[in-house]
Design a binder for this molecule. Sequence first.
Ligand code: SF4
Ligand code: SF4
Length: 305
Amino acid sequence: MNPIRQIAFGYSTKCNIRCGHCVASDDSIPHGKMTLEKAMAIIEQMVRCNVTGISFTAGEPLIFFEDMIRLVKLCHEKEIYSRVVTNCFWAKTSEHADETVSALTRSGLSQLRLSFSRWHQEHIRRENVVNAANSCQKHGLDYFISFVTDFSRQDDSLEQFLRDNHLKFFPEPVIYLGRAQGFDPRRILTDYHPNTCNMNPYLSPELDMFACCDGGDQFKETDFFLLGNLRDYGIDELFKRKENKVLFHLIRTMGLTSIASYLGLKANEIVQYRKCELCEKLFNSTENLNTLEKAATSDLLNWKR
Ligand code: SF4
Ligand code: SF4
């Protein structure tokens, strides 16, 4: 049976706003963009490699609106589930929102994902998100609000706003990587849960493919997630690297908690980490990674806590 293959597609890392928590935009790297022709050719290759879902993300995809329409149409023709992640800058009025949403719906988009957080909303009026969501409902386009939060009381009014407007949202924890690396994460105590992770891969505009779309290019000491560049390898080969690497398999099935326990972290330390922070501790250290690589097919595989 073919493995399920889905990918976050970074057409460009360029964005029209600058959120303080952004993990996608690294200020030290100039914002890249692939050409439309290249993106279309890559999607054609992805079809041949059984990719069934593409999420257009990274910077703000809809600043390249006409290109996005072409790419979404191509996905639709090839029967690939497509999603666009957007900050809703285009939904200033309900008329503007209708214009954009109806064009995306006609092109065959499967889902629009609307980003919402106190960092986004420093730049984008929160009413834009309401306009965008209402337009989606009007045009029968599936939508979903990604409410990025650090779960502090500061975000209570934002959550209440979403509830008052009867919007469909899901809270997503802020990831303390990228620009948010400078934040002071509040100390938390999580449950002692497995911390498994599905690991959706990410393709950057520079054609580097990573095994994870959130941590992707952030683990700079080890480049743990880097699978290779599309100029050097085919899509199928890069997917296979993700699917066949034992440590990635263990992240998906065994979970980060057991891997941390194997490395000797005590339970009372493990419960102080959020998932991506624990992942960073384990795999963005050459020393830890060497130990885990050596044990991956033997001691670690059989590790029971
Ligand atoms: S809208 Fe998204 S890509 Fe743009 S700065 Fe904010 S988090 Fe980053
Ligand atoms: S836990 Fe690791 S693999 Fe999962 S999203 Fe976070 S950084 Fe990526």
